[in-house]
Design a protein around this ligand. Structure first.
Ligand code: SF4
Ligand code: SF4
Length: 187
């Protein structure tokens, strides 16, 4: 799979206040039913009193460089666009077998029982093709979410995808980077 260019999310977790506006805006834009969160904001806690910590990770699909969803979907419902590396799921091709929900280490594909098929973040691809930004980026009041060229966001000071609470990035090589507090980094 040759990709000429790769874009992805850059999230400054140190700015995130866990308001979940990005999650709700994404849900509304995608008309997701109750219980389905295409973007999720999760809080991780640790430490011992009096040295405790918590951090928030807002994540949807990571548009991985080596996406297991693309490799394992028997219906070819997933494609990785060569022009920008966005991993797009086509619900019209989806047969609802749920393989992608088992192989994605990040829980990005969400099965919708009422529709009998999966939904996933397509990085608001129609908005991007129209020159606009994804809904999560626009809605975040803290301006914590951006999209950018992976080659650029990966070189920002402190940018990492090695985060204690997340799976090993070697599994799929996610096209996202986070700025996190020291307690969250998995060095
Ligand atoms: S909208 Fe921004 S500040 Fe609020 S939870 Fe999402 S990333 Fe965090
Ligand atoms: S995060 Fe999961 S669904 Fe998204 S591209 Fe990677 S493997 Fe596929």
């Amino acid at each position: 799979m040759e990709v000429r260019r790769q874009i992805g999310f850059y999230v400054d977790s140190t700015k995130c206040i866990n308001c979940k506006t990005c999650e709700v805006a994404c849900k509304d834009f995608n008309d997701a039913p109750v219980g389905r969160r295409i973007r999720k904001v999760r809080t991780f806690e640790g430490g011992e009193f009096p040295k405790v910590f918590a951090y928030n990770i807002s994540m949807s699909c990571n548009h991985c460089e080596d996406p297991l969803c693309v490799k394992h979907c028997p219906a070819a419902a997933y494609t990785k666009r060569p022009g920008d590396g966005i991993v797009v799921h086509d619900p019209a091709r989806c047969i609802g077998c749920r393989y992608c929900t088992w192989v994605c280490p990040y829980g990005a594909p969400q099965f919708d029982a009422s529709e009998g098929r999966v939904r996933k973040c397509n990085l608001c691809v129609d908005e991007i093709d129209s020159g606009n930004s994804p809904v999560c980026v626009i809605s975040c009041p803290m301006r914590a979410i951006e999209i950018g060229e992976l080659a650029e966001i990966a070189t920002r000071p402190g940018a990492t995808i090695r985060i204690r609470a997340l799976p090993s990035p070697e599994l799929t090589r996610p096209s996202c980077r986070y700025k996190v507090r020291a307690e969250a980094a998995d060095d």
